[in-house]
Ligand binder design. Structure first.
Ligand code: SF4
Ligand SMILES: [Zn+2]
Length: 223
């Protein structure tokens, strides 16, 4: 089916059917056919409004077998858009807030390269941690709770990197440098990794990469 470009644009912009019909002089049937051709779900009619933004957005996504979550709601030239209650804006930002419980830094974008995917969003995360007051006392038995990797602005996946050549690896390293329990963390990690081969060590810990820790362990064995 051939879809008029202006109709497709109005549909993707998320305008109500009545408004599209008035603006483009087309019938509701044509709009419904165009939605099907664009592989968008039909506009729900007579349904109760979604009870929450999460429910509203979930109803407008499609999970693919390989784990992407494709937005099927309104789209503008700026990307997926959400209109719910008084909220009108980026669907990526709204989904980030829903899934992370806080706003993103800057505009989230899909790390997987699929423009409408909401499952793999990344944001312009800070390269260095915010200046935070140092804890007055650190209980050696509970040092982990002071780790900067638990900070709400940090993404734990940064510490999964094995190198500081990537932006996230560099982020983890920078945050570790400022961490008040860096020494505890490094000592504990070296103990936990005792006997492991370099390839079995994983992640940035205590501002070190797995290779650096393997070298530190070797040096300690020799001395
Ligand atoms: S040194 Fe790094 S990995 Fe260890 S607790 Fe601190 S931020 Fe987390
Ligand atoms: Zn994806």
């Amino acid at each position: 089916m051939r879809i008029r470009a202006d109709v497709a644009d109005l549909i993707r912009a998320g305008l109500p059917v009545r408004e599209i019909a008035a603006r483009a002089h087309v019938s509701a049937k044509t709009i419904a056919r165009a939605r099907r051709a664009l592989q968008l779900p039909p506009v729900p009619t007579g349904c109760a409004p979604a009870p929450s933004l999460r429910a509203y957005m979930t109803a407008r996504t499609r999970r693919t077998p390989d784990g992407h979550l494709i937005w099927t709601g309104p789209i503008s030239e700026r990307g997926p858009r959400v209109r719910y209650g008084h909220r009108e804006g980026s669907a990526r930002t709204a989904w980030w807030e829903i899934t992370h419980g806080r706003p993103p830094h800057g505009r989230p974008r899909p790390a997987c390269g699929i423009p409408l995917c909401l499952a793999h969003l990344t944001h312009a995360a800070p390269m260095t941690p915010p200046v935070a007051p140092r804890p007055a006392r650190i209980d050696p038995a509970r040092w982990q709770q002071h780790g900067l990797c638990l900070h709400p602005d940090a993404d734990p996946t940064w510490w999964d990197q094995d190198t500081i050549a990537t932006a996230n690896g560099r982020r983890a390293y920078n945050w570790c440098l400022d961490c008040p329990v860096r020494r505890n963390c490094l000592d504990t990690t070296l103990r936990d990794e005792a006997g492991l081969r370099p390839s079995q060590r994983q992640g940035i810990r205590g501002a070190t990469t797995p290779d650096q820790r393997a070298r530190l362990a070797k040096k300690a064995r020799r001395s």
